[in-house]
Design a protein around this ligand. Structure first.
Ligand code: DON
Length: 570
């Protein structure tokens, strides 16, 4: 339905029923803030949020809703929603049990630590980001079935896949942002794919109907055969045929061997708050807790929001956490990650011994690389869900770049990830997010590449308080850190905390990345006088969060940084 054909009465009813509306879509609109008595869902797309709310209203719990939202995002948010990628899910049940599910992609069995290097040992530009060789073994479908098996309430998983099938088969009208992205990536689509292809077109317009028949068939295989409908049979054969057509490495054995893994969540205390977050193969939880513990001894609330002292302290904590990330973090199945030591109070106190309240610490320049300033816009999905009983899910999944490696599995209708770029292709050489790494994150067959995704749940005085996470590559961890600090230390409501300008330091490059106009020029000048320097970017990570209000209701907040972010509840 094109906007001009929407009956006026519908528009009036729709607008009057909504609270805060952002950019209008064709026949749906994104709500940025919702207050709900019982349950809430915040996702990167209104149609996916609707699917999640529908599952909750039918008696599903937060895990069921999160699973259905992921399948829906694979259809309505093709730039990052996926079945060709991977992700992480953090769960807190109504009785306080915490769990973390790792369904990150894995390096194929045939992968090699030097697979992206030329004969002189230099990283070959683009090989880990574009095309078939950039794809890791997808984990999403295995992860969603595993989460549902352990925690789902709606017994028949078919009900959670069906809404996505309908969206793919019937089609949906694309948002302005999706139209822009689709137009922006045509060159890559044409390079790696053949026509006809629903994603190849001279010009996409907002409101175009995107029908994905092949994806619908794939989702039906998954609906009818479970995870085997993806990792075996015709869908698996289509993936392998696609991979072989472009000299990729993934084999049938890789698909058969893929398993999602339950991990011990990383948990830490910050004042009266208990933080539950994602352990390796993500760096998110450990780095977040390190930063929180490093700033905890200082009176941030007295310093004040975006004061020079507060920004300086937080930047110095970020710098130290990202330096540790580069050296010590990788897939704990392959590398002995010293989690306890990295989170010990004594270690973090020692780490801050070099903190100088008046001067920037100079990052060690030994591993300095050629920082490429986030040349692609951010895309990943995060969904936060709280159900009426108080079960909570924080789930982040990704293809890595927009539309992953740009390869669309011809016989199965979805994009493959380019997650291999999250490995350290060569020690000290930055990936597309400017992150450097070392042995801990080197490529090994079947190893998971290190992530920054930080799906997080926060308790306050023993009760569920906040669910949050974001897309945004390396800036995810600092965004989660800052939004939480905005609430916990600077007394902000969730909307203000999410909307506030952000800054980010990742050790290397040795500069603070800030959003345009994130803070006053006076703060910037004072920080420069202390030895800090700046890079500016339009926007960083895009938070989707839910908070429990003092009166017991829930507030869901989508980030204005993504016009499609949508909060729903009832
Ligand atoms: O796992 C990671 O850290 C990245 N692959 C996430 C990518 C992302 O958030 C994309 N947005 N820029």
């Amino acid at each position: 339905m094109k906007p001009c054909l929407v009956p006026l009465v519908f528009i009036v009813l729709f607008l009057s029923a909504s609270c805060k509306r952002a950019t209008p879509g064709p026949d749906y609109q994104a709500t940025k803030v919702v207050t709900a008595d019982s349950a809430a869902v915040v996702s990167p797309h209104p149609l996916a949020t609707q699917v999640g709310l529908g599952v909750l209203k039918k008696g599903g719990n937060a895990i069921d809703a999160a699973v259905a939202v992921q399948f829906a995002l694979a259809v309505v948010y093709p730039r990052a929603g996926n079945i060709g990628g991977g992700g992480f899910m953090v769960i807190r049940t109504k009785d306080g049990q915490a769990a973390a599910l790792d369904y990150r992609e894995k390096a194929p069995l045939a992968a090699d630590r030097d697979m992206y290097l030329d004969s002189l040992g230099n990283v070959i530009d683009g090989l880990s980001t574009m095309g078939h060789l950039a794809a890791g073994v997808p984990g999403t479908v295995a992860g969603l079935f595993e989460a549902h098996k352990k925690y789902g309430r709606i017994r028949d998983m078919k009900e959670l896949v069906q809404p996505a099938i309908e969206l793919a088969e019937r089609g949906f009208r694309i948002s302005p942002t999706e139209a822009r992205r689709l137009n922006g990536f045509q060159e890559g689509f044409r390079k790696y794919n053949e026509e006809p292809n629903p994603f190849i077109k001279d010009s996409f317009q907002l409101g175009d109907l995107l029908v994905q028949k092949r994806l619908a068939e794939t989702l039906k295989q998954i609906r009818d055969k479970g995870a085997a409908g993806f990792y075996e049979g015709p869908v698996a054969e289509a993936i392998i045929a696609e991979i072989q057509s472009g000299n990729g490495l993934i084999t049938m054995e890789d698909l058969h061997k893929y398993e999602a893994k339950w991990r011990e969540p990383v948990i830490g205390q910050y004042d009266g708050y208990r933080i539950i977050s994602m352990p390796p193969s993500s760096s998110g939880g450990i780095a977040l807790l390190q930063m929180l513990k490093m700033v905890a001894p200082y009176p941030l609330n007295e310093y004040g929001f975006h004061s020079t002292r507060a920004v300086h302290l937080m930047v110095e904590a970020e710098r130290r956490a990202y330096a540790d990330r580069a050296e010590h973090l990788g897939d704990s199945d392959f590398y002995d990650v010293p989690v306890d030591s990295m989170l010990s109070d004594a270690y973090l106190q020692a780490r801050m011994a070099s903190f100088d309240a008046a001067h920037a610490t100079v990052s060690d320049s030994i591993l300095a690389g050629n920082f490429k300033l986030l040349k692609e816009s951010f895309e990943t999905t995060h969904t936060s869900v709280v159900d009426a009983e108080g079960n909570a899910v924080s789930v982040t999944t990704t293809l890595n770049s927009n539309y992953g490696c740009k390869v669309w599995v011809d016989g199965a209708g979805f994009f493959l990830n380019n997650e291999m770029d999250d490995f350290s292709a060569k020690p000290g050489v930055p990936n597309q997010f400017g992150l450097v790494g070392a042995e801990a994150n080197s490529i090994r067959p079947e190893k998971r590449m290190l992530s920054s995704m930080t799906p997080t749940i926060v308790e306050k005085e023993g009760k569920l308080f906040m669910v949050l996470g974001a897309p945004g590559g390396s800036t995810i961890i600092t965004a989660v850190f800052q939004v939480f600090i905005n609430v916990a230390e600077f007394g902000m409501g969730l909307e203000e905390a999410v909307n506030a300008g952000r800054f980010h330091h990742q050790w290397l490059p040795d500069a603070i990345l800030i959003e345009d106009n994130a803070f006053p020029d006076s703060t910037k000048q004072a920080l420069e006088a202390m030895g800090h320097s700046f890079n500016t970017v339009g926007r960083m990570a895009v938070i989707k969060a839910i908070v429990r209000l003092p009166d017991g209701r829930l507030q869901g907040v989508g980030d204005p940084r993504n016009p499609d972010d949508d909060a729903g509840g009832y």
